[in-house]
Design a protein around this ligand. Structure first.
Ligand SMILES: CC(C)(COP(=O)(O)OP(=O)(O)OC[C@H]1O[C@@H](n2cnc3c(N)ncnc32)[C@H](O)[C@@H]1OP(=O)(O)O)[C@@H](O)C(=O)NCCC(=O)NCCS
Length: 160
C-alpha cells in the first residue's frame, strides 16, 4: 500500500453515500462483532445504519486520507457525561490495516473531543480483540478493566 502513513487523515460527517462501503468491511458476523459489539446485528444494512442515524445515539464520522480522498475509517462519538465521550464503532478499512492509521484517527478524534469541551475519552473493547487493545494502548489509552456498565467489554480511558 506504499506510503499511506505519510498521508494525513481527516474526519468528516458519515453520510448515506458512505453506508455501502462501511457495510462491505464486515463480511462475517465475527467481523461485525469486533466493530459493533452487541449494538448491531449482522449483516449491517442500509436500513440499520439509517435507523441509527435517525435516533441520534451517536455522531458518526468517516476518516478520509487527505492526499487521495480514500475512505480509510469510521468512528462514532457517544456522549457519556459532560466531561467524557466514548468512541464507538471504530474501524480502519480492511486493506489499510496494520499501518498505524488508527493512531491518526484517534488523534483527530481527541482534537475534536477536546474542542467540544470533553476531558476524557473512553473506549469499550472485546477482550479478545488484541489488535485493537494494542493499538489503543500505543495511543496512550489505559486499560481500566471490565466496564462497570457493560462488563463483557474492557474499558480504556484517555485524559485529553
Ligand atoms: C483494530 C483496528 C481499528 C486497528 O487499526 P490499524 O490501523 O490496523 O492499527 P495498527 O496499524 O496499529 O495495527 C494494530 C495491530 O493489528 C495488526 N495487523 C496488521 N495487519 C492487520 C490486518 N490486515 N488486519 C488486522 N490487524 C492487522 C498490526 O500488526 C498490529 O499488531 P501489533 O499491535 O501486534 O503490532 C483495525 O484492525 C480494525 O478496523 N479492525 C476491525 C474492527 C475492530 O476491531 N474495531 C475495534 C473496535 S473496539
Amino acid at each position: 500500500m506504499g506510503n499511506v502513513i505519510s498521508s494525513n487523515l481527516s474526519l468528516r460527517n458519515f453520510v448515506p453515500s458512505d453506508y455501502p462501503e462501511l457495510i462491505s468491511w464486515f463480511p462475517t458476523a465475527a467481523d461485525l462483532r469486533l466493530f459493533a459489539g452487541t449494538s448491531a446485528e449482522w449483516p449491517l444494512t442500509i436500513e440499520s445504519l439509517s435507523a441509527r442515524a435517525e435516533v441520534e445515539v451517536s455522531e458518526a464520522f468517516t476518516a478520509v486520507l487527505d492526499e487521495s480522498g480514500v475512505t480509510a475509517g469510521h468512528v462514532e462519538f457517544i456522549r457519556e457525561t459532560k466531561d467524557q465521550v466514548r468512541l464507538g464503532r471504530i474501524a480502519i478499512a480492511p486493506d489499510l490495516r496494520g499501518q498505524g492509521l488508527v493512531a491518526l484517527l484517534l488523534d483527530r478524534a481527541s482534537e475534536k473531543a477536546r474542542t467540544a469541551g470533553f476531558r476524557w475519552i473512553s473506549l469499550l473493547v472485546i477482550p479478545g480483540n488484541v489488535s485493537a487493545l494494542r493499538a489503543y494502548a500505543r495511543a496512550g489509552y489505559v486499560d481500566v478493566g471490565p466496564s462497570p456498565v457493560h462488563p463483557e467489554y474492557i474499558k480504556m480511558l484517555l485524559r485529553i
